[in-house]
Design a protein around this ligand. Structure first.
Ligand SMILES: [Zn+2]
Length: 342
């Protein structure tokens, strides 16, 4: 990225109402068959256009072709039975009915590679592609086969590496692994979570990122956040090990959050995607609010390593709100960019 403070999003954007019911997670598709394939591609074009018009520098597919950031990837794998469902507690926070691992897991065909090629054809801008991380994947499943979270995570890491290598070959510039589970299972993160992530990025020459957030603005998450107290120090437990890892970039939640900004110091040297947009609120930030968050972050990140971003995905937000937030992000970054270069 040549430009200072290149902007991007954590990943997802709202889907058009003709494709899926808005403001809802796991929203069912409204189209079928070939119409669905075409509809997803059209939605991807719209998501790209909205990012481009807003002035976002590093673009994504807005996750328009997936129903959910974890489930859709898992649906493409062998060894998981979606008809055999069990209720599990996701990230120790809310119960969900999830599919069951019934045998050895494997990736029989690419999952997002065609979508990535399609996005690559539509733009010359740098592309970021999000994949679920190994720990967050195992946390969204019931495992009746391996009976070991660690073992299953290593299996998923190998599968993710296959997918990531093909995404890189398709022209993706940054591959991001979403690991909200890192904010919950600190011991596992340090014991094997980061090691499995390094397995997932093995051999990649493109940039790699890990996104660690406090989740979408859904009720289970906002209720959980109320229990975390005035200072959210979760990052403190995992940053030292991430700082020593091979991951190039870390995507974090900072806007309206109770995360003390000085924790970023613990990953000094990494590129930091600073969340300057709150996805749990429908209030659109002003460019000045975005700028204020970025200025604060600059105390702990070198300007050349600062990537203004959103706290998390914006899939559950109304489209007009998400559009406003994209514009605010770009405008806020522009203010600080000008200050830095003046
Ligand atoms: Zn997130």
């Amino acid at each position: 990225m040549t430009r200072l403070l290149p902007t991007s999003t954590a990943g997802s954007l709202p889907k058009p109402s003709w494709l899926a019911e808005p403001e809802k997670l796991w929203s069912p598709w409204k189209l079928q068959g070939d119409a669905l394939i075409e509809g997803k591609q059209d939605a991807l074009r719209v998501a790209l256009q909205e990012q481009t018009c807003a002035g976002i520098d590093i673009v994504s597919d807005g996750e328009q072709t997936r129903q959910h950031f974890v489930t859709t990837f898992i649906e493409h794998l062998a060894g998981v039975d979606f008809n055999q469902r069990e209720t599990v507690r996701i990230r120790n926070r809310y119960d969900a009915s999830v599919p069951t691992v019934v045998g050895a897991v494997s990736r029989e065909k690419p999952v997002f590679v065609e979508d990535a090629k399609f996005l690559r054809q539509q733009t010359k801008a740098p592309i970021k592609w999000a994949l679920p991380g190994p720990m967050t994947m195992i946390d969204t499943l019931y495992d009746a086969h391996y009976k070991s979270r660690e073992k299953l995570a290593w299996e998923f890491a190998a599968i993710l590496n296959q997918e990531a290598r093909e995404l890189e070959a398709a022209g993706v510039d940054i591959i991001q692994f979403d690991e909200p589970a890192y904010n919950v299972f600190f011991d596992e993160v340090n014991d094997w979570g980061i090691a499995t992530l390094e397995r997932a990025i093995e051999g990649l020459k493109c940039q790699t990122a890990v996104h660690i957030c406090y989740g979408y603005g859904i009720k289970a998450n906002t209720d959980w956040k109320k229990t975390l107290g005035d200072e959210w120090r979760q990052y403190e437990k995992i940053f030292p090990k991430i700082q020593q890892s091979n991951i190039d970039m870390v995507s974090l939640e900072c806007q309206n959050s109770h995360v003390p900004m000085d924790l970023i110091e613990l990953i000094r040297g990494k590129k930091v995607m600073v969340g300057a947009i709150d996805v749990a609120s429908h209030t659109v930030e002003t460019p000045e609010e975005v700028a204020a968050t970025l200025r604060k972050a600059l105390q702990f990140v070198d300007a050349g390593n600062l990537y203004p971003c959103t706290n998390c995905g914006m899939a559950p937000l109304p489209r007009a709100v998400a559009r406003g937030k994209l514009q605010a992000l770009a405008a806020g970054a522009a203010i600080v960019r000008q200050e830095l270069t003046a």
